[in-house]
Design a protein. Structure first.
Lengths: 218, 218
């Protein structure tokens, strides 16, 4: 019997790979994609195209309230997106305070509403240093909260929490993920910039996996 | 030195009493009030009037996304609000799945953004039976998650978690709370209906405290 599960699908590398992975494992999936006013709207469009291709229902949730609460370089067009490596202090400008808890709790509300017992998301090892709410201890704490938030249990899982982005790409290639339908760049251009912290990390992941990124860069 | 704190102020009995209480204790408060498309908009207006009277800054956060995610008797005008006691099975219709986690996480994002170290909310003992996310264990789990969601610690407190609504009213009377500026009824009428589960509970609290409710009823 297939378990009903909700997956948070951003349209990036990690969540798209996880979508293919869980589908392979036989979960009956519904994807939740957030529109939080991000500059990189293309990732939402790519998430939709992946869902259409795999015949997976998708719910787009309006989370633009984050913009109002926590203006940052990701949602405000008057701030420049920092370039360079994720290790740089400047990348902390891209942190929307408490973003993951907000998005997880919205996805959980939706999952409970459709009686899904599982909620998956694609946090991975590389996020830990920058995003406090991507650390394993935070995921454990949220898992504990989800056990208590409703009379019916909701299980939260982040299966890639201990994988590097390079490992995720390797896994995705074995699952047949079409990475030309994933978007990573934080800028809103026609092609990926290849310079922002996010592009930098993606390109490193493909180098690690020993394959070329099928995406076009400026 | 005053500690900067955010309080979730619905405009109801519990949170309004807590506002007066924390102000008395010397916290430098900012109130956060949610507009989630509730029928009882009057509670938002009353929250605003209380803030104006006490000269406390108020941030109204648009949480209408809850309406989209989890239609329930509180946000949909096509469903009747159940009447009678909170113990009734029908009152479970008023539960928006995971509502408290969504609202707490939004308030936390705002609190982190303004560098407040404390987040308070007015969950109380009477909520436990109906709302899974008002149980002490849930508050503990969220407290643990808030310790981890940001590099700067955010302390979550629900000081009334073990008080009855009657005890809260007694406390509020000693603090000089103007309960004519609080709203409880789930229906959207000019006067409180006096019949819905929420009115029923409020009237019982005033009976417990041995005073008359200053609010007008139909």
């Amino acid at each position: 019997m297939k378990h009903d599960a909700v997956i948070i699908l951003s349209g990036g590398l990690d969540s798209t790979t996880l979508l293919y992975d869980l589908r392979e494992q036989g979960y009956a999936l519904t994807a939740v994609t957030f529109d939080y006013g991000q500059r990189h709207k293309r990732e939402i469009a790519y998430a939709t195209r992946t869902c259409e291709r795999l015949d997976i229902p998708q719910k787009i949730i309006d989370a633009r309230v984050l913009h109002d609460l926590a203006p940052s370089a990701l949602t405000r067009s008057d701030l420049a997106v920092p370039e360079g490596n994720y290790d740089d202090e400047t990348m902390k400008q891209t942190v929307v305070p408490n973003r993951n808890m907000v998005l997880l709790s919205l996805a959980a509300a939706y999952a409970i509403g459709i009686h899904a017992g599982h909620l998956f998301y694609g946090a991975h090892a590389g996020d830990h240093a920058i995003y406090p709410d991507c650390r394993p201890a935070f995921v454990d704490a949220m898992t504990a909260a989800f056990h208590l938030c409703d009379w019916n249990d909701l299980v939260l899982s982040a299966p890639y929490l201990h994988l590097s982005k390079g490992d995720i790409v390797k896994r995705g290639l074995s699952l047949g993920v079409d990475y030309s339908l994933t978007w990573t760049c934080y800028k809103g251009g026609e092609k990926a910039c290849g310079k922002c912290g996010s592009c930098d990390e993606r390109l490193a992941a493909f180098r690690d996996a020993g394959v070329a990124d099928p995406l076009e860069y400026e």
